[in-house]
Unconditional design. Structure first.
Length: 167
């Protein structure tokens, strides 16, 4: 998917976040610090990581600045409610930054934290993939904990099969 103009991208990215937040709200308060193993991200880490990288990595890089991402730790927000507020706040800040990009800006390059030059629209596309990847981890963690989660697109696979004409 090429991103030739910023406004449709912003709408798309916001819709991706709108699918992430209901899953984030499913995290049981007593499990925010749960991880699937030692040395792995906790559920809280995953949520903070999505928010903080969006703002302080992608948000900085597309402005031609180096990443300010240093951590996704509790010092940014502790507890589910505070993490959800952080996610909303940093998402709004990021959208403000991205909305200032002109269509011509999208065709210019920026440097990633790995010191690789990449076209800005491609870098923004990777940001969306990054969020979707970590949302999938959250779904898996919640499944491991036996927590019910909302279907991603409105119907479960069982509901789609039941409504399908295929036999």
């Amino acid at each position: 998917m090429e991103i030739p103009t910023i406004q449709p991208f912003l709408q798309y990215f916001h819709s991706v976040r709108e699918r992430t937040m209901p899953v984030a709200r499913c995290v049981p308060r007593g499990k925010i610090d749960w991880a699937c193993g030692e040395g792995r991200f906790t559920l809280g880490d995953l949520l903070r990581h999505i928010a903080i990288t969006e703002r302080y990595l992608w948000g900085e890089n597309v402005q031609g600045k180096p990443s300010l991402y240093r951590s996704h730790g509790k010092e940014f927000a502790d507890g589910l409610e505070n993490i959800l507020v952080l996610m909303e706040q940093l998402h709004q800040e990021s959208l403000e930054i991205f909305s200032k990009l002109s269509d011509a800006d999208l065709q210019t390059k920026c440097k990633t934290p790995g010191n690789v030059e990449i076209t800005k629209w491609k870098w923004l596309r990777l940001m969306v993939e990054h969020e979707i990847h970590h949302r999938g981890q959250i779904y898996l963690y919640l499944a491991m904990l036996g927590v019910a989660t909302p279907p991603l697109y409105g119907l479960t696979s069982e509901e789609v099969r039941a409504r399908s004409g295929a036999e």
